[in-house]
Design a protein around this ligand. Structure first.
Ligand code: AMP
Ligand code: ZN
Length: 492
């Protein structure tokens, strides 16, 4: 039986502000959409916190036996600098500053994003669609919204009519904002805008002469508005209604509010059953953000090339650090916090390595089944990774007692403990046992040392020693090959 049938997962739904029992639209299948990065600069660690949490959600759903279609887009067009839909497209801005094509900007930072994800052991999503690859569908959705009477064209740009929508539906259903307040809070556009009302948002913008990223449309040569791509791509790949939509809290308004308005206008149905939002990663007590320069890049943490941390840290330690906090709490990033995580991570990995060598005992001094249930209960309670980690450390304590011969586990309990520990640590949390990587580096170093000693023995015509080194390595499954460039080795 699939694990999801015996686990009642509860998810905090930002839409209802309640923890709800997770019920999928189709039994056994989950459709999940997460807003991806805007590729006009390197993803910083704050962005990675959000993506890493949804990586763990994806991993846990797979672990429970769901078939998951996970869609995470790449925003490679059309983001304007502010909510008023004015200002320059960020990608175009970067291209102008660096004097390169916008698509070069997009390519550079998409490659960088993928490099970070690989280093940090992310599972690739099922589909990673791009905004520029879905311009036709975006134009179609604008037409549909116009036909339904909720959008209007002015001077080649098309705007969503928030007031008209709000008469029929609730604009603010997700963010809790009131349209009346928005009118007062939105800055006056001094007659520079084509919008009927300041709270309307762009579906299509006419490109001015300087704008390079542009596509033909029935209204003008232009580009799609900020929010449209996610409505279009989620519908295309997950349907009009799907299970989970995720992103950082800062996307709740206006981005996700506008997504709901667009999608609901077209389909008439609730587009998303569970909205999930991650809280912000802070640096120096402020939101980590590219725009303020208050950020650290994930790859800079690995290399140690940054001015914030005293030394490099591994990707698995950074993952562990992220997972020690609940995703709905703010998390403060600092060198001290990472060093504390590094110690905890080392303890966990050491215990896991020792666990592989433990022999079963006649009786068990620890209730493995109850502990296993507690681990699942933590994750079933809205993916509570810090509580899960606390339970994993209960097992670490038992493993260390076994080491001191003060505890024991029967064969069945030992296998259950191993399976559960490895399942949660490696499959669900996505941590990596980097010491086994370090060990392979050490083995390489030792073999290279033996190759050097063998070379010296041969230079001294000590054939007995050189043969002994070669033969004993062969006995261990390590083959030396002498070539023109020197001696290489292979491990069988
Ligand atoms: P962007 O590329 O700006 O669209 O951001 C990609 C994702 O990162 C979005 O889901 C944002 O909400 C999220 N994000 C941005 N800054 C932070 C932060 N400091 N902490 C956590 N998530 C963030
Ligand atoms: Zn989005």
């Amino acid at each position: 039986m699939e694990l999801y049938k015996e686990n009642q997962l509860k998810v905090y739904n930002s839409l209802t502000k309640k923890k709800e029992v997770f019920k999928t639209i189709t039994d056994g299948y989950v459709g999940m959409y997460v807003c991806g990065p805007t590729v006009y600069s390197n993803a910083h660690l704050g962005n990675v916190r959000t993506f890493m949490f949804f990586d763990v959600v994806y991993r846990y759903l797979l672990h429970l036996g769901y078939k998951v279609r996970y869609v995470r887009n790449i925003t490679d067009a059309g983001h304007l600098e502010n909510d008023a839909d004015e200002g320059e497209d960020r990608i175009a801005n970067k291209a102008r500053l660096e004097q390169i094509e916008p698509m070069e900007v997009v390519q550079r930072y998409t490659v960088d994003f993928h490099d970070v994800l690989k280093n940090y052991n992310f599972l690739p999503p099922s589909i990673e669609p791009t905004a520029t690859g879905h311009i036709v569908e975006q134009i179609e959705m604008i037409k549909e919204i116009m036909e339904k009477g909720f959008a209007y064209e002015v001077n080649g740009s098309v705007y969503f009519d928030v007031l008209a929508y709000n008469k029929k539906e609730n604009y603010g259903i997700l963010s809790g904002r009131k349209v009346e307040d928005l009118i007062h809070n939105t800055r006056s556009l001094d007659g520079q805008s084509d919008k009927k009302n300041p709270q309307d948002f762009a579906l299509w913008k006419k490109a001015d002469d300087r704008h390079i990223m542009r596509w033909p449309s029935p209204w003008s040569d232009g580009f799609p508005g900020w929010h449209l791509e996610c409505s279009v791509m989620s519908k295309k790949y997950l349907g009009e209604s799907f299970d989970i939509h995720g992103g950082g809290m800062d996307l709740k308004f206006p981005h996700h509010e506008c997504e709901i308005a667009q999608s609901k206008t077209c389909s008439g149905v609730t587009p998303v059953n569970y909205w999930m939002h991650t809280n912000m990663l802070l640096l120096n007590s402020q939101k980590m953000a590219k725009s303020t320069g208050n950020f650290i890049l994930p790859n800079e943490i690995l290399s140690g090339e940054n001015s914030i941390l005293p030394k490099p840290f591994s990707a698995s330690v950074v993952r562990f650090f992220n997972m020690q906090a609940n995703y709905r709490s703010i998390l403060d990033f600092s060198g001290d916090a990472l060093e504390a995580s590094e110690k905890g991570h080392a303890k966990l990995m050491e215990a896991l390595r020792f666990l592989e060598t433990v022999a079963p005992g006649k009786s068990s001094t620890f209730d493995v089944q109850k502990w296993r249930k507690d681990c699942y209960a933590a994750m079933n309670d809205d993916f509570n990774t810090p509580i899960l980690i606390a339970h994993l450390f209960e097992a670490v304590k038992v493993i260390n007692l076994i080491k001191e011969q003060q505890a024991s586990l029967t064969n069945d309990d030992l296998s259950a403990l191993k399976k559960t520990m490895n399942g949660f640590v490696f499959d669900v949390l996505g941590l990596m046992n980097e010491d086994s990587q370090n060990n392979s580096e050490k083995i390489t170093g030792v073999i290279e040392l033996l190759i050097k000693l063998r070379k010296e023995a041969r230079e001294n015509k000590d054939w007995a020693l050189s043969d002994q080194i070669r033969d004993e390595l062969i006995a261990l499954g390590i083959q030396l090959k002498d070539g023109r460039e020197g001696t290489t080795f292979s491990i069988h």
